[in-house]
Write a protein that binds this ligand. Structure first.
Ligand code: ADP
Ligand code: ASP
Ligand code: MG
Length: 407
């Protein structure tokens, strides 16, 4: 008997017909004798719709009330799916995040799971029940409802898998695996059979929305076998492993992209005698995530630092900079909107110099200007105009031979 966590995303539970078919799939697993914990997202586009409702009432709603609102989406699905399971004769019980013992840090909208008190889940599993847990939500130590960030139900699933020592965690979604790039926008994207945790972590962090980055982090840290597969077919999905054995000869394994990037440049007086760290400490205190940082301190030129952020953090970042102008000691700021980030990822890049050069060369040939660059051992990211994002993605996908099946 194995313990399995099965996670179903929004499209997979988008209507009652799909919920019924998910229930059947769960029952097929219990029939094999497995103990099952199911994690579900809100139905279809519910979370987006809830956000629109909030927007109609306030341009800047309280983050606490946003979490109160958004967490309701998942609660609908757990009740409906459990009803469907019960109706089919399967003993099952639904738990909200907090009933499942998911305790998070005290941060609204993007909380990290700190601990899972799995006593209640263990009791229900021992009683032979299927447990249906609401993804994306938890409770902090003050008893406040928190959410884990968009796409966070994946993280609920993997964190539960780690906590109850599940044998594996299966993420059921609307694609049949992890592709070399988003198949919705890259026509010749190809499904990968295996991928390393590290490569997936980079791809997820760089915008490949198929998995929530923290889910991959949990899976890697707790060695949870994680697969991504379709909720609509029986096809084998993609398996995440420490060391994949297949398609090792691909230097670049995926291309990720992220729209709505803003570049902020902060310029200082000459001579510059402050510390650049101050800006980033101040922003970090407000939980603003800064991505690529480029500093320029050269004799005779006004010292400046540029960094990229997501557009959703723009208003808050400007506010933080303005509120702290004196303490930070800068002279002026400059913003560039309408940018995007495109990244190539592959663990083979460590031992293959020249990959970045090949990337820049192709972008030059395509006539795409590069505004910022950031590299790590296994990725190169560029910030470019958002209008060129898909053109760059498709060109790089082609440039690194990703459409061709490797053996
Ligand atoms: P769910 O609601 O099931 O969590 P998501 O929309 O969060 O589903 O994730 C699935 C989507 O991720 C796919 O429909 C696809 O468009 C997108 N995606 C982005 N990058 C990739 C990739 N590299 N491989 C597969 N899908 C990707
Ligand atoms: N419902 C949440 C969202 O749409 C969480 C999730 O689906 O993973 O982001
Ligand atoms: Mg998702």
């Amino acid at each position: 008997m194995s313990r399995i966590v099965m996670k179903f995303g929004g499209t997979s539970v988008g209507n009652t017909e799909r919920i019924r078919s998910v229930a059947k799939r769960i029952i097929r697993e219990t029939a094999k004798g497995h103990e099952i914990v199911v994690v579900v997202s809100a139905m279809g586009k519910t979370t987006d719709e809830l956000m629109c409702l909030a927007e109609e009432l306030s341009a800047a709603p309280s983050k606490r009330e946003m979490d109160m609102l958004l967490s309701t989406g998942e609660q609908v699905t757990i009740a409906l799916l459990t009803m469907a399971l019960n109706h089919m004769g399967q003993d099952a019980v639904s738990f909200t995040g907090w009933q499942a013992g998911i305790r998070t840090e005290s941060v609204y909208r993007n909380a990290r799971i700190e601990e899972i008190d799995n006593v209640r889940m263990e009791q229900a599993l021992n009683a032979g029940k299927v447990i249906v847990v609401a993804g994306f939500q938890g409770m902090d130590s003050y008893g406040e409802i928190t959410t884990l960030g968009r796409g966070g139900s994946d993280t609920t699933a993997v964190a539960i898998a780690a906590s109850i020592q599940a044998d594996r965690c299966d993420i059921y979604t609307d694609v049949d695996g992890i592709y070399t790039s988003d198949p919705r926008f890259v026509k010749d994207a190809r499904k990968l059979q295996q991928l390393s945790y590290d490569e997936m972590l980079e791809l997820a962090n760089l915008g490949a929305g198929v998995l929530h980055p923290r889910a991959v982090e949990f899976a890697k840290n707790f060695c949870i076998p994680l697969s991504v597969r379709s909720s609509m077919s029986e096809e084998m999905g993609t398996i995440l492993l420490e060391e994949p054995t297949m398609e090792k000869n691909l230097i670049v394994r995926g291309v990720a992209f992220e729209p709505e990037i803003v570049r902020i440049t902060v310029a200082y007086k000459v001579p510059f005698n402050g510390s650049l760290a101050n800006i980033f400490t101040t922003l970090a205190k407000q939980h603003v995530n800064v991505d690529i940082i480029v500093q320029s301190i050269m004799e005779g030129i006004q010292p400046s630092v540029s960094f990229s952020i997501k557009k959703e953090n723009f208003a808050e970042t400007v506010q933080v900079l303005e509120n702290n102008k004196e303490a930070l000691g800068y002279q002026s700021t400059n913003f560039e909107v309408g940018l995007a980030k495109v990244s190539i990822v592959g663990s083979g890049m460590v031992s293959n110099p020249g990959v970045a050069a090949q990337m820049f060369d192709r972008l030059r040939i395509e006539g795409i200007p590069v505004k910022m660059v950031s590299t790590s051992e296994i990725k190169v990211s560029v910030v470019i105009p958002e209008s060129d994002m898909l053109k760059a993605t498709n060109a790089l996908h082609h440039e690194f031979g990703l459409a061709v099946v490797q053996v």
